[in-house]
Design a protein around this ligand. Sequence first.
Ligand SMILES: [Zn+2]
Ligand SMILES: [Zn+2]
Ligand SMILES: [Zn+2]
Ligand SMILES: [Zn+2]
Length: 417
Amino acid sequence: MEPNADKLRGLRITSLDDEEEDDEPELPHEPLPAAAAAAEDYEDYDDDEEEEPEVMIGLLEEPKRPGLLLRHLFPSKAGGIPAWLDPVNLPSGNSSCCGFCGEPLQFVLQIYAPIGDAAAFHRTLFVFMCPSMACLHRDQHEQWTRKQGNPCRSVKIFRCQLPRSNAFYSSEPPKHNNSDKPLCAEAALCHWCGTWKGDKICGSCKKSRYCSEKHQAMHWRSGHKNDCLQIINSSEASSSVLPAVGKVPARTSWPEYQITIDHEAASDSDSNDESKSKSLVMQKHGKPDDLMQSWMDQFEADADNQCWAYFQERISRAPQQVLRYCRESNAKPLWALSAGRPSSADIPSCPYCKGPLCYEFQIMPQLLYFFGVKNEPDSLDWATIVVYTCQGSCDQNISYKEEFAWVQLYPTTITRP
Ligand SMILES: [Zn+2]
Ligand SMILES: [Zn+2]
Ligand SMILES: [Zn+2]
Ligand SMILES: [Zn+2]
């Protein structure tokens, strides 16, 4: 009945319960069971009913200690700055910018999801987005009119993978005893966002680096104007004035968390208490607002009732979930609404290998709460962001391959033409 149970049992899932004593070192970056799940053979499968694939859910925790979320420990994390898997060949140029306002994208989260393939021994998916809701509206509009291959997006997903033997990391797993180190230095990053390559250099001090003119201007206004002179005047101590890599001012990024992966609990009869599960879903931004209530009322009156009730039941099993992951071939995203879902024709093929894309994970709106995004009319908001990735996880020359995100907004904000 549970074809995946054996493989999944082999995985160590980080428990949210701190009280539990554990002999093993802390592993916040447990790989997701993509390969195990996808390659599963249903030989003993004698049930006519379609078995529901097991979903892994992502929960957020404050990082347990500094240094736990660095790239050579292969973390899954949200907020802060990315822990680039390939630290040298980063996405740059238009790839790193919002397709609408042109500003550098902000790091949302990354998940470590190797698939057991030789070329993808390490595999991490990165999510970036423009923090502007106006851009997300334009992205949403484009989503419905877009022809395949149109790269104009305010949400971008990158897939990076490496073989076990590579130039950046030891082929042996991290020991988690402070002896772990990456094998080579990373590309020089922007001193303002700490996220993208710092290809532009301050013309005066020739030290401070930026990904964009915007970040140079922001750094200048926030103090580099004074520091720059200091750097010019002092011959040696130049770097002490510039923030160290990985120490980016919190105001330029969302708060940092580690993502712990857990199995979704089986259906819980307690969650049949409808008013209880409803209130859990509505805590997205702290408390329900009138708008949310009104669309819910309207919603419950129509045929979408079933979709919504199912969504509530699934979310109520772990109301804090920010991510749902399942790469099995019969996995489906969990939609809150029946409106605003893509048809199969809306999902493009892989621009690199031309093969099909398949659903891999989705981001839930609870993330906005953890990021401290306010519940105001122009604030960033979504019902879900569903990520489709190359089924073959193809391995072309480019290090960061762009995958496809489908954004579902709430009904009041859907702008279908
Ligand atoms: Zn934008
Ligand atoms: Zn920057
Ligand atoms: Zn300068
Ligand atoms: Zn592909």
